[in-house]
Design a binder for this molecule. Structure first.
Ligand SMILES: [Zn+2]
Length: 285
């Protein structure tokens, strides 16, 4: 028995190393971890998926390391999430310096949320809310965009991508149904969060998101005072905090209102589990 096992290892070692070299030539780079989750479900037999913005850092402000910049050459494709700060700063430079890498926009066809849009002397100043992955319904669009990109860069494995895509969409729909179910029985229709990472999640499930951050900056005392009033008036039960952002203002509001603080990570690789956990934190009394 033991001998057979060693024989298995000896025979399969060259096989494994062969697979590894093959995969190293086949890389896809994505901006954030949730994209790596979707892309891995679709393509991890054929591609290594790498994330530009490391866990624990903010994709609004992250700057890539020199190693990441040169390493991008090993990727066949780059999947953009669309409007996040990192991409607004870097994507044109990445495109210009890595012409052999194919860039795909995962936000194509997403119903976007415009923030702080105001007309000003005939010009229109708007900013697009980038957090599209917090919506299971838009996650279906992200998955579709990735699926079509894979068909384009690797048409030889089209049938496998089609089957993986079918499974992934089924899983996303199941996540959506679970969240709908969890929130159905809850009377809470609003929540507070430091940074507006859940705008699309809120839209999917008819919730109202109140942000502590004010236009990307520290909140003013007036803004905090208004928030405390809102929490009391609407009987909001949950304040979400994220590891990338300050929590002292959230703690102050929680102390004053009796709200519970819940740490979440909408940027985690474990996308479906985290979405369900967020819904549970909202629904729990
Ligand atoms: Zn953000």
């Amino acid at each position: 028995m033991k001998n057979k096992f060693f024989l298995f290892i000896i025979i399969s070692l060259p096989l494994f190393s062969c697979v590894k070299t093959h995969q190293q030539e086949n890389r896809i780079t994505v901006t954030i971890e949730p994209q790596r989750y979707f892309a891995s479900q679709l393509a991890d037999t054929f591609f290594i998926v790498e994330t530009m913005v490391p866990p624990g850092t903010s994709p609004e402000t992250y700057d890539p390391s020199p190693v990441q910049l040169t390493g991008l050459d090993r990727s066949k494709a780059y999947f953009c999430i669309g409007y996040i700060g990192f991409e607004e700063t870097w994507i044109d430079k990445l495109k210009a310096n890595h012409r052999q890498v194919k860039f795909f926009d995962n936000s194509k066809g997403v119903s976007l949320i415009e923030i702080d849009a105001h007309a000003h002397e005939g010009h229109h100043h708007g900013k697009t809310d980038p957090h599209i992955w917090s919506s299971p319904r838009e996650a279906l669009t992200i998955a579709k965009n990735m699926y079509e990109a894979l068909q384009e860069i690797d048409p030889g494995h089209a049938a496998i991508y089609t089957e993986n895509y079918r499974q992934l969409t089924a899983q996303i729909k199941e996540t959506d149904e679970k969240i709908t179910d969890i929130l159905k029985s809850s009377s809470r229709k609003a929540f507070v969060i430091y940074h507006p990472a859940l705008s699309y999640f809120a839209r999917d499930y008819g919730l109202v998101q109140y942000c502590i951050e004010n236009d990307g900056k520290e909140p003013s005392p007036e803004h905090l005072k208004e928030l405390v009033e809102t929490v009391k008036n609407l009987q909001i039960g949950t304040i979400f905090v994220q590891q990338e952002f300050d929590r002292k203002n959230a703690e102050a509001i929680a102390r004053e209102t009796g709200c519970k603080l819940v740490g979440i990570n909408p940027l985690t690789y474990d996308w479906n589990e985290e979405m369900i956990r967020i819904a549970q934190a909202l629904a729990d009394e």
